[in-house]
Design a protein around this ligand. Sequence first.
Ligand SMILES: [Zn+2]
Ligand SMILES: [Zn+2]
Length: 104
Amino acid sequence: MAETKRFQKKKESFKCIACGRETVGTGITDHCPYCLASIHVDVNPGDRASKCRGLMLPQRAEYSGGSYTLVYKCLKCGQTKRVIAAPNDNEELLSQLSEKAAAL
Ligand SMILES: [Zn+2]
Ligand SMILES: [Zn+2]
């Protein structure tokens, strides 16, 4: 992984506002690996330009090509975003979310 890329990757730990667990940021993922909650901080992925700071929860997960894509919705402003799940994300929750999507 090249650290020289002009893409904002800050290694910061954050406390999940949904489940309260502390997560050491990998610089790639911005969501909690335990409950998958995220905070609306980006306008474009990684830019941290949003002033919203609402809680974003995954609505569903889509499994394709060997990885999950999470579809988030901000509970505050309603914006949605798609995020590729991290390798350490809660596998059980991911599969539950994708089953939910399949049942719709
Ligand atoms: Zn959490
Ligand atoms: Zn928002």
